[in-house]
Design a protein around this ligand. Structure first.
Ligand SMILES: [Zn+2]
Length: 103
């Protein structure tokens, strides 16, 4: 599973977060970044590289966790955010297609 298209927005609690997909890395305070959650704009920016579509998906998950951390006041540090994002992305990217199973 990988994602070549992205939702235009996501809902987090009562917040609507816009998703902007860019074709090059972002410049965040002078540093190149693959993604960024902008709290002032309620927006996620992410770099989609068509040669590495899974990276864009992983960055989206990371920024979604950043937004959940912010709006949910979870007070996770960045190491925790990065680790849970990587693990969740891996699980989503490697799970087999969903099937209906009745046991
Ligand atoms: Zn981050």
């Amino acid at each position: 599973m990988y994602m070549q298209t992205y939702p235009e927005e996501i809902k987090i609690f009562s917040n609507t977060v816009d998703i902007h997909v860019l074709d090059k890395p972002l410049n965040v305070n002078g540093n190149l970044a693959r993604g960024y959650f902008n709290t002032d704009e309620n927006a996620i920016y992410l770099w989609h590289n068509p040669l590495k579509p899974n990276v864009g998906f992983t960055v989206l998950i990371h920024e979604m966790i950043e937004a959940a951390n912010c709006y949910g006041d979870l007070q996770m540090n960045h190491t925790q955010i990065s680790t849970i994002s990587e693990v969740l992305s891996q699980m989503l990217l490697t799970m087999p297609p969903a099937t209906t199973r009745i046991q």
